[in-house]
Design a protein around this ligand. Structure first.
Ligand code: ATP
Ligand code: MG
Length: 250
């Protein structure tokens, strides 16, 4: 049933940094939980005293999710395979170089996992920053700074026809200087001449044209920015509820 091959997709010939190996890294602290594994701090033993973040993808989890989605899919030919989307995450993020976007320096893999080498952000993500306000929202001045950082990142992406598709507080990380960096290109896509129809992202941030399947492009990300501004100022998203259908209706 598998129409993909992880080792073919992530094998050494498709990997410009194939000389990198897990044993070259000293693994440090846990940074966050990812969908297919953890994100951990690490340091290359040979050529850097600076830490990076390694985003780990368990091959076993990728394969079982792929099989689950294939078996549940009403329209198997229309879905984007997990492997294709992971390749997009790597290719798109590696091609972006902007002060408000987490850099991707490359990737490598071993028998069990695929590792993305990412710029390390020592600060909390904006979801945790919001929790520090006890759910009351952050001061306007602080919100203005964050929103201007995210706007710069998005403008840069959109100029390059890249749509992130998962703008939300968890995917916005603080660096050592208090600047926001856009992270997690796990749903990113390169836009072409046609509208996008794939339902992806996080329901609270989805623009109406994503939810009603009428076709969307980068404009949907301005809606997500609006949700973000509201949430940062008040402590919660404007459209919330029990379950998908209630939020969708609102
Ligand atoms: P995906 O949607 O592709 O499955 P994910 O949501 O599982 O991604 P990320 O959002 O990339 O994974 O990372 C999860 C969490 O790990 C983040 O919210 C953040 O707290 C932490 N993290 C991710 N990247 C970094 C980084 N470069 N530096 C520091 N912490 C990070
Ligand atoms: Mg995320």
């Amino acid at each position: 049933t598998q129409d993909f091959n992880i080792d073919e997709a992530f094998g050494s010939d498709s990997n410009s940094m194939s000389s990198l190996r897990l044993r070259d890294y000293e693994i440090g602290s846990f940074l966050g939980e990812g969908g297919f594994g953890q994100v951990v701090a690490a340091r290359n033993k040979h050529h850097s005293k600076y830490p990076v973040a390694l985003k780990v993808f368990s091959k076993e989890m990728l394969i079982s999710q792929e099989e689950k989605e294939i078996s549940e899919s009403k329209n198997p030919d229309m879905r984007t395979s997990i492997m294709v989307q992971l390749k997009r995450e790597i290719d798109i993020q590696s091609g972006l170089d902007h002060p408000n976007i987490v850099r991707c320096f490359g990737h490598f893999h071993n028998v069990t996992n695929i590792f993305l080498i990412l710029e390390y952000c020592p600060g909390v993500n904006l979801r945790l920053r919001l929790l520090q306000s006890f759910g009351k929202g952050l001061p306007e001045k602080e919100v203005a700074k964050y929103v201007s950082d995210v706007s710069r990142a998005l403008l840069y992406c959109h100029e390059r026809n890249v749509m992130h598709r998962d703008i939300k507080t968890e995917n916005l990380l603080l660096d050592a200087k208090g600047n926001v960096k856009l992270a997690d290109f796990g749903f990113a896509v390169e836009l072409g001449d046609y509208l996008q129809y794939t339902l992806c992202g996080t329901i609270e941030y989805m623009a109406p044209e994503i939810i009603d399947r009428s076709g969307y492009a980068e404009g949907a990300e301005l809606w997500a920015m609006g949700i973000l501004v509201f949430e940062l100022l008040t402590g919660s998203e404007p459209f919330t509820g029990d379950g998908l259908s209630e939020i969708r209706k609102k």
